[in-house]
Design a protein around this ligand. Structure first.
Ligand SMILES: Nc1ncnc2c1ncn2[C@@H]1O[C@H](COP(=O)(O)OP(=O)(O)OP(=O)(O)O)[C@@H](O)[C@H]1O
Length: 626
């Protein structure tokens, strides 16, 4: 048949062209990785073929053993990578090679900074895989035949990576894919058996399929790698580098993982875990379609990527392998959903990850700080999501606090309790829309003066954490400094303070009653407080009311349902108002006091025009007086 005549031309998707340009520049310093990427794809293709055979319950007896072959031709200046995996049909080639199907590609490309080193990392994480061939090749020819399709339905894809590719019919004796790289000028150093073998060993030793290369004497071929599933090998045989290489293989992430967990569990259910916590959050961690990266294997055979069954959502940053010996090889999603083994694995894997994090926090706090910065917000979801591990998760939480006044969240509940003042029995916190708003809040005034630490919580999820889910730690109740009765510090000074407040309350009874009347419909109550030292007033939530709810804060004015105006009897303004009970401007004062307190808590004034009018009335009066 005249293969050439049936060639068709296609243009690359714009993003592919952009990526190819970027890669040529960013990845060149690390050009050897093209081999790792192609071998990784070959190994995935073999996994997928096995899985397809198993899931369709096609007998595997007649199937050839899986292999990946790496070869080179000095005269033709080519490197060849071939596999007997699942291959691709014509439609699949068009879909997979020449376009980038992954969602978020455009956003990802926009996010690149132009800093080549940083971008190389990002590109690695994004997984450009196949296209890295063009870093060393001026032309790439891919011939592939989909398993299940006849030999004549193979496809030949060819491109010089400059914006177009051609597609035509081909023949391939068996299913699988062969990729021929025609090397660029100056890349001859790669045409060397020793060099290629050492690249394969360096990057792909962990691949569970034999990678065959011709022997140097040209006679026969041999496997270059160990070819056993890494996680099945005893820990004592594995080095950190083996783990890192494997991590890279499954994630495409160039940076080293923060920590890993390798455990063989035997008992009612037998399974092996090889799990990693990355050292940085993937760019799409918060995307709704975030793809989890825990892979389920059954007796070493890749079955599927976890879709939420193997680990709870709040551990979605964990990546790796779970290999079970108790599930059937033809397991389906439905079986997984109702499988006791899966339920058991999920619970025990979550516990193991939490224990791993606990050890990291105890033994390597700097590393834990990195973890917390990257994934703390996700882990916090666990407080709501995982009742059975709530205590363990609570121990892992870190917050900012008035103790260090830096934006680094490095204070645990335990640290806080260790620093509690004598007589203090509550754990105080402040919820605010941002760290800056929290540190500037008047609610902290008395706590600062007394040297009582307050946790500063400014993430939306913190609301749920402290707003009911975690109510007390080691017998210490959590208490918002912006809610309920004025603080009781429990010291002897406080006894005097309490008395002073009682007296002040009495002495200001007339004023507070009037203010309450004037603020009818706005303030639920008005009272005297010991909470303040420098501000004249603040707003707090009444005890049974919910705290300043950040979620609400994003929508409405951000005020609690029952806002209480507290006034500081020591402030000159309050003293003056109290001394002049018949001040005709008391109405203006009431609104100005209330609204400035609204502003200092980071909420919104409901009626800014009326606030301005009241303020102007007072200013006019002031200019008239002077
Ligand atoms: N050797 C192969 N056999 C079968 N299909 C392949 C092969 N190489 C690539 N493909 C197909 O082409 C797609 C694109 O490959 P590419 O390496 O660009 O990205 P990827 O493998 O999906 O992503 P990543 O590299 O992040 O894992 C693959 O998902 C796969 O469907």
């Amino acid at each position: 048949m005249d293969l050439k005549a049936d060639q068709e031309r296609f243009g690359f998707q714009a993003e592919v062209t952009q990526l190819l340009n970027l890669m040529a520049n960013s990845l060149y310093s690390n050009k050897e990785i093209f081999l790792r990427e192609l071998i990784s794809n070959a190994s995935d293709a073999i996994d997928r073929l096995r899985f397809e055979r198993f899931s369709q319950q096609r007998a595997e007896e007649n199937a050839e053993k899986p292999w990946i072959r790496v070869g080179y031709d000095k005269d033709a200046k080519t490197i060849i990578v071939a596999d007997n995996g699942i291959g691709m049909s014509r439609d699949e080639v068009v879909k997979n090679i020449g376009t980038i199907a992954k969602s978020g590609t455009k956003e990802f490309l926009k996010g690149l900074s132009g800093d080549e080193r940083a971008d190389a990392n990002l590109i690695g994480e994004f997984g450009v895989g196949f296209y890295s061939a063009f870093v060393v090749a001026e032309r790439v020819v891919l011939t592939t035949r989909r398993a299940g399709l006849p030999a004549e339905e193979a496809v030949r894809w060819e491109s010089d990576g400059a914006g177009e590719f051609t597609l035509g019919p081909a023949e391939r004796a068996e299913p699988g894919t062969t990729i021929v790289l025609h090397l660029r000028e100056g890349e001859d150093d790669l045409l060397n058996g020793f060099r290629l073998r050492s690249i394969v060993q360096r990057y792909s030793d962990h691949i569970g399929v034999p990678i065959l290369m011709p022997s140097d004497d040209g006679e026969g071929e041999s496997a270059v790698n160990e070819a056993s599933a890494l996680w099945r090998r005893p820990k004592s045989e594995l080095t950190e580098k083996d783990y890192h290489d494997y991590y890279r293989h499954i994630t495409g992430d160039f940076s080293e993982p923060l920590i890993h967990l390798h455990a063989k569990v035997e008992g009612r259910y037998d399974y092996t875990l090889l799990l990693f916590v990355p050292s940085h959050a993937p760019y799409d961690l918060w995307a709704r379609e975030f793809r989890r990266k825990v892979r389920l294997h059954v007796q070493r055979v890749f079955i599927m990527e976890d879709d939420g069954q193997l680990l709870p959502d709040y551990l979605r940053f964990v990546t790796g392998i779970i290999d079970s010996s108790d599930l059937p090889l033809n397991v389906s999603r439905e079986i997984l959903q109702s499988s006791l083994a899966v339920e058991h694995i999920r619970a025990s894997a979550a516990k193991k990850v939490l224990k791993l994090l606990k050890d990291l926090a105890d033994k390597e706090p700097e590393k834990y700080a990195v973890f917390w910065k990257e994934f703390g917000t996700v882990l916090k979801e666990g407080v709501a999501e995982d009742y059975s591990n709530r205590e363990e998760i609570t121990e892992l939480l870190r917050f900012t606090s008035t103790h260090s006044s830096t934006e680094n969240a490095d204070v645990s509940f335990r640290d806080y309790i260790g620093r509690m003042k004598e007589g203090q029995d509550k754990i105080y916190y402040l919820l605010a829309p941002s760290f800056a708003a929290a540190t500037a809040s008047p609610h902290l005034e008395a706590f600062r003066e007394k040297g009582v630490e307050v946790l500063l919580l400014s993430e939306a999820v913190d609301n749920w954490v402290v707003g009911g889910l975690v109510q007390e730690i080691d017998g210490h109740r959590l208490q918002s400094v912006a809610q309920g009765a004025p603080p009781d510090f429990g010291d002897s000074e406080d006894e005097d303070g309490k008395k002073a407040i009682e007296e002040a309350t009495e002495a200001h009874a007339d004023l507070t009653a009037k203010l309450k009347e004037l603020l009818d419909g706005k303030a639920w109550d008005v009272r005297v407080t010991n909470r303040l030292t420098t501000s004249p007033a603040c707003i707090i939530a009444a005890e049974p009311d919910t705290d300043f709810n950040l979620v609400q804060r994003l929508r409405g004015t951000g005020l609690p349902n029952q806002p209480v105006l507290e006034i500081n009897p020591g402030h000159p303004l309050i003293r003056r108002l109290n001394a002049r009970p018949d001040d005709p401007r008391l109405g203006d004062w009431a609104h100005v006091l209330f609204n400035q307190a609204v502003l200092t808590m980071g909420a919104r004034v409901e009626d800014p025009a009326s606030f301005a009018t009241h303020l102007n009335e007072l200013l006019v009066a002031l200019t008239e007086e002077t």
